[in-house]
Design a protein around this ligand. Structure first.
Ligand code: GUN
Length: 287
């Protein structure tokens, strides 16, 4: 059996088309959505991600402000920049690209962002709303994965899902979104025992490890017809790879995402969507 490729580029384009229309509509009301990004230091992968985010904003008519900061910046200097963006009425969304250099505290940084401008859904306020089923701004990669399920009309009701990641950006928000769809979700991590057995019994596996020396999801580890969402992306022998090999896994899976061209484009598309939501929110409360 060969399964169906979940093509992130096509689904992301559909989201971007909708966002572009929403941006045009907002502009007729004199609201110009604007995303501010903050990149600290010179991590080349992060610089590429931020560049791609700016390019995508441009495609749909979202304005951008680009803050490239020295890797030695202090927490209080970074806080000041975030405070200024929080009170800048021309800015609707604020994204601090992660990871941050060691001297900076990720929690202190992300929770400094106004929840109304938190397009990553990382503030305690927005993460809490998600846990209460009241989310407005949801982390981009998790909401992008849910968009993929919707696009293919994949019903998660009662499905056994193995989620291999427990981060604030991916695993935790995804757990809540999947639970809202009545899935049974097992959140696995580096200390989980018998991961292979757990994978073998899963209807859906969402994997985001990103280190092939630690974990590779092989066809032997999945059941026939399972759905595989590969969130990981890392460089291996000069090519970009996920936690699984798409060409092999798709022989046994009913649906699977490729890497690259799977979840990655969805993260960017959902960031655009969140920026538009944040712009609408700011117009509703008059700032
Ligand atoms: N680093 C990797 N993914 C992300 C993301 O979705 N948002 C931010 N801010 N940083 C990231």
């Amino acid at each position: 059996m060969t399964g169906i490729k979940i093509d992130g580029k096509i689904i992301a384009q559909a989201v971007k088309d909708r966002v572009k229309k929403a941006v045009e509509e907002l502009k007729t009301q004199n609201i110009k959505p604007c995303l501010a990004t903050i990149l600290v230091g010179d991590n080349p992968a992060s610089a590429t991600y931020v560049k791609n985010k700016h390019k995508a904003c441009e495609e749909v008519g979202i304005e951008t402000k680009d803050h490239k900061l020295d890797s030695n910046i202090t927490q209080s200097e970074l806080n000041n920049i975030i405070d200024n963006l929080n009170s800048d009425m021309s800015v609707n969304g604020i994204l601090v690209q992660l990871p941050l250099p060691k001297q900076l505290d990720e929690f202190a940084t992300t929770s400094r962002i106004s929840p109304l401008k938190d397009v990553d859904g990382l503030t305690p306020h927005n993460a809490g709303l998600l846990a209460m089923k009241k989310a407005v701004l949801v982390a981009c990669t998790p909401s992008g994965i849910m968009e993929m399920f919707d696009y293919h009309k994949i019903d998660l009701n009662g499905k056994n899902i193995v989620l291999i990641n427990r981060s604030n950006l991916v695993g935790k928000p995804l757990y809540h979104l999947l639970l809202e769809k009545n899935a049974t979700v097992l959140t696995c991590h580096s200390k989980t025992k018998n991961l292979t057995d757990l994978c073998k019994s899963a209807d859906v596996i969402i994997t985001a490890v990103g280190d092939r020396s630690k974990f590779i999801l092989t066809p032997e580890m999945i059941k026939e017809g399972a759905i595989i969402i590969d969130v990981a992306i890392s460089r291996f022998q000069d090519r970009l790879v996920g936690d699984s090999d798409f060409e092999q896994i798709i022989q046994k899976a009913s649906f699977a995402t490729p890497v690259p061209g799977g979840v990655g484009p969805m993260t960017v598309a959902m960031l655009l969507k969140n920026t538009v939501i944040a712009a609408s929110l700011s117009s509703q409360i008059g700032r």
